[in-house]
Design a protein around this ligand. Sequence first.
Ligand SMILES: NC(=O)C1=CN([C@@H]2O[C@H](COP(=O)(O)OP(=O)(O)OC[C@H]3O[C@@H](n4cnc5c(N)ncnc54)[C@H](OP(=O)(O)O)[C@@H]3O)[C@@H](O)[C@H]2O)C=CC1
Ligand SMILES: O=C(O)[C@@H]1CCC=N1
Length: 270
Amino acid sequence: MDTKHITVLGSGNIGLSLAKGLVKANIFEPENITLTRRNVAALQPYAELGYNTTANNPEAVAKADIIVLAVLPQQLNKLLDEIKPSLDPKKHLLISVISGVNCQDVCNHLGFDIEVVRAMPNTAIAIGQSMTCLASSNASAENLTLVKSMFDTVGVSIQINEELMTSATALCACGIAFFLRSIRAASQGGTEIGFHAHDALKMAAQTAKGAADLLLQLSSHPEQEIDKVTSPKGCTIAGLNEMEHNGFSSAMIKGIKMSAEKAGVLYKND
Ligand SMILES: NC(=O)C1=CN([C@@H]2O[C@H](COP(=O)(O)OP(=O)(O)OC[C@H]3O[C@@H](n4cnc5c(N)ncnc54)[C@H](OP(=O)(O)O)[C@@H]3O)[C@@H](O)[C@H]2O)C=CC1
Ligand SMILES: O=C(O)[C@@H]1CCC=N1
């Protein structure tokens, strides 16, 4: 894989996180990655690390084997118009991390068929801990395997049906923000009951990591693990029930449904 050249068109939050993750996983050298954005000066720290940086999308496409589309949904059509003359369906594989845009939407806008794999990572990709969902309606099995092997080096990936990609966006890509907010809220509670803010945050984050690892390593169900914590007449069940009376689970479920709804219309509304 490291003999290939990968170009990230739209090197913002997720594009840069992906590039950093691929380098950290040792499957690409910065020299084999080109990063683009219009405000190319903002990429100077990456140029100093050996990445190729440019504002010239067609040039960046011409030197790539794999092209990652990582602009906002509302920025996509303009980008596709710009790179269309440089795209070669026989040479290029597109990976789109853009929410709400189908593989067919990309081909329709270009006016020709090109293999597109949709990937929905989250920002933990920068440290090799992403949950990434993959889907395609037109990529070869070989290219899907290639993309899966790439994303498996920067976390865990699964292949899903394309119609579930907006749901995957809500649960996994937006989801990391939901868990971060939960940890922040727990730390705020911790400060109110006596811990300095930096200690409370560290304690809350490690507690959350332990909870996730209990489920991942033991393959157990959350309620099974919760039952082990809630002593009869104890303080855990008192706190948990208070949270539920205030809509804790309901708020998370409603938030995820709202994000999925929004993810489904991000492109269509522009
Ligand atoms: N953030 C996240 O956690 C995730 C985001 N996504 C998806 O990834 C995409 C990007 O999101 P995010 O990284 O948050 O957004 P950002 O705004 O951080 O990144 C988008 C980048 O695209 C650049 N850009 C815009 N137009 C062009 C262009 N014509 N040519 C080259 N670069 C361009 C912008 O820089 P400049 O203005 O300088 O050109 C910017 O750096 C979205 O479609 C989102 O749905 C998917 C999964 C997770
Ligand atoms: O908030 C957003 O729209 C993007 C998509 C998933 C994560 N961030």
